[in-house]
Design a protein around this ligand. Structure first.
Ligand SMILES: [Zn+2]
Length: 647
């Protein structure tokens, strides 16, 4: 058996061993590491009264330090890690919001070694599991990975290792953990207790989040089946409303929310205003050619991703592409080439990046505006993980907003869809004496082929939450009360309408960022500190037991000094007299309690006059800015109130 492991390890050290499905369980027991692991064991496992408790024995500080140094090779914990680890070891439900590079994984790895039993880590991406598992195994920690890419033999080997009780950390996908058969196995006779469930990339649970993953919503049922051990939810960025969602959907008890900040001073944010798709594509290519180092270019659609990739190839830029319509093998090839620095640029949709741990990405370019600042920060934040300077550039064209509006239209089931799903559940359940649907989602998909899988799942979860149906232990759907459905479905549809409303507000905030003259970091920090006005008003008082405290302002109310707006404040041609006049007119209108004097509205093509530059033509209007093209063929951007209509 050990030989087999060593064989796996030999291929592992050649670095490619974790090709999808190749390795089920790997265990590293090199002498030196084994020694370290044993000494850790002797520290933590000499308690002869080991029971399957969900509480950790209170570790001494020294013990934590030894584990940290010997197993993971770190001299100290970083700020925030300490607090999270202590909260977890105290048995609290914990939500840690930590920026990329703050060492999230150590926050569960260290406790996992302290706790009796097997810590289960839910991770959304197979590549992410694979990277984590390799590191742990190299550190001598018995680790198993179970996901859909394993062959039957590999999966059996992994399950054998799990049932043997030796595994300390088990990685699974959310889809696997919500599988009733799988949780039944984990809770079988003689199985080790699960003292902690870790939910990585926890923002995927939020239907308001940009990475919503339906299986996440069902995780709480699986966690309950496992005996409801403490939960540690981890995410890189989360606004208060997403935090509320995570806490509520996971039914966290007195959740300890630990926010360790979002500011990273090596990221330099820039927005470039462009007026049409051709111009934007040309600019993207120019930037890809001139910016140094490895970079990602995000597109909002598969079509744009393909087009830009082709254009880059023509411009002889070393680039790969990645999106959901490519075959899995093509995606993993592209990803591997990018990770190994065989290609310099990755053109991708938002399907690419979650869990991508590439430290030396020097720029992240957005060729189209994403749907929210959460998504934007998450994607842009993949730059500069090594702490070296990196650029985050958004190429903004106001028309791109329409693309995002289109996406918003298809996200939630409407009243009609919810009603149809409710009726289908009722009709199908009645065919059965037990009033239960086995494999409910498959059955519903057959019955309602025109309803998208995501909407179907959201609607099915909704029926469950409303008490119309109940989940059975085997993953079936039992009809409880179809009378309720009729009276309450409209309310539910209303709730989704509010969510759609909120999504639109979130998109407006993203557009506001793109059009603003303020410090970009200032806007990001303000957004993550409080999106209150966009959420609380729209959502009824949260049932979650959570005390949310806004994080400290990492710039202490100041500006970053390194974004485009800090370095080059928007061009204005303002004479001292104009400043005075403007201030006076503002005061006057305030005194008369009139609505603030509206800035003159301009349209594309309008002839306008700007002091210093003379007459020109409006190319684009974006928020309070107007781009004007002058006879010298230069386009300059002004704050609208300094632009006058030409006589
Ligand atoms: Zn700034």
């Amino acid at each position: 058996m050990l030989d087999a492991f060593d064989h796996h390890l030999a291929s592992l050290s050649k670095c490619e061993a974790f090709q999808y499905g190749e390795v089920a369980v790997i265990e590293r027991r090199f002498n030196k590491l084994n020694h370290a692991a044993r000494s850790i064991d002797s520290i933590y496992m000499n308690d002869t009264t080991r029971t399957a408790t969900t509480r950790a024995r209170k570790p001494l500080d020294r013990e934590l330090e030894i584990a940290l140094r010997k197993v993971f090779g770190f001299p100290n914990l970083r700020p925030g890690q300490d607090e999270v680890i202590r909260s977890v070891l105290d048995g609290n439900d914990t939500l840690a919001v930590m920026p990329t590079g703050a060492g999230k994984s150590l926050c569960y790895q260290l406790p996992a070694l302290q706790l009796d039993g097997m810590t289960v880590v839910v991770s959304p991406l197979i590549s992410l599991m694979r990277d984590q598992a390799v590191k742990l195994i190299e550190a001598g920690v018995a680790t198993a990975v179970i996901n859909s890419t394993l062959s039957t033999t590999e999966e059996r080997a992994a399950m054998d290792a799990v049932t043997s009780g030796e595994i300390r950390i088990l990685f699974v996908t959310p889809e696997r953990l919500v599988n009733a058969e799988f949780t039944a196995t984990l809770t079988g006779k003689n199985m080790p207790a699960v003292p902690l469930v870790v939910i990585d990339e926890a923002h995927c649970i939020s239907q308001w989040g940009h990475d919503f993953r339906p299986a996440y919503v069902e995780l709480i049922h699986a966690i309950r089946t496992l005996g409801r051990p403490p939960v540690l939810a981890l995410t890189a960025t989360a606004t208060p409303s997403v935090i509320d969602d995570i806490v509520r959907e996971l039914q966290m008890r007195r959740a300890n929310v630990i926010h360790t900040g979002v500011y990273r001073d090596n990221l330099h944010f820039v927005v470039e205003q462009l007026t049409n798709p051709e111009e934007k594509r040309a600019r993207a290519i120019e930037l890809a050619r001139t910016l140094e180092g490895s970079g990602i270019i995000y597109c909002a659609t598969v079509a744009e991703c393909e087009a830009l990739h082709a254009a880059l190839a023509e411009a002889e830029v070393s680039a790969e592409r990645y999106h959901g319509k490519l075959a899995a093998s093509a995606r993993s090839e592209a990803q591997d080439a990018f990770m190994a620095d065989e290609v310099r640029v990755m053109v991708a949709t938002n399907a690419f990046g979650m869990g991508i741990d590439k430290p030396n990405i020097r720029f992240v370019l957005h060729a189209q505006v994403p749907g929210s600042l959460d998504a934007y920060y998450q994607e842009a934040g993949r730059a500069g993980r090594d702490g070296e300077p990196a650029k985050c550039i958004l190429l903004f064209e106001l028309k791109d907003k329409q693309v995002q509006q289109f996406f918003l239209g298809g996200r939630y089931p409407n009243a009609e869809t919810i009603r149809r799903v409710g009726e289908a559940v009722r009709d199908l359940a009645r065919e059965n004496e037990s009033q239960t649907l086995d494999k409910p989602l498959e059955r519903l998909r057959e019955a309602l082929p025109h309803v998208g899988a995501n909407k179907l799942r959201v609607a099915a979860t909704l029926l469950n939450d409303m008490g119309v149906t109940r989940r059975t232990r085997r993953g079936g759907m039992k009809l409880i009360d179809d009378g309720k459905a009729i009276t309450q479905l409209d309310n539910a549809a209303q709730a989704y309408a509010s969510r759609a409303e909120r999504d639109r507000a979130v998109l407006e905030r993203m557009i506001g960022y793109a059009q603003s003259a303020r410090c970009r970091w200032r806007m990001l920090l303000d957004y993550f500190a409080s999106d209150a006005e966009y959420t609380r008003a729209l959502e009824a008082a949260s049932k979650a037991e959570v005390e949310y405290q806004a994080p400290d302002d990492e710039l202490a109310g100041g500006t970053c000094g390194s974004c485009d707006n800090c370095l080059h404040p928007p061009e204005v041609t303002e004479s001292p007299r104009e400043v005075r006049e403007h201030a006076m007119s503002q005061e006057r209108s305030n005194d008369e309690a009139k609505p603030k004097r509206n800035v003159q509205a301009f349209n594309q093509g309008d002839r306008v006059r700007v002091r210093r530059y003379g007459e020109g033509t409006v190319e684009m209007v974006s928020g309070d800015r107007v781009a004007v093209r002058f006879p010298d063929d230069e386009t300059r951007t002004f704050i609208a109130r300094y632009v006058k209509r030409a006589a």
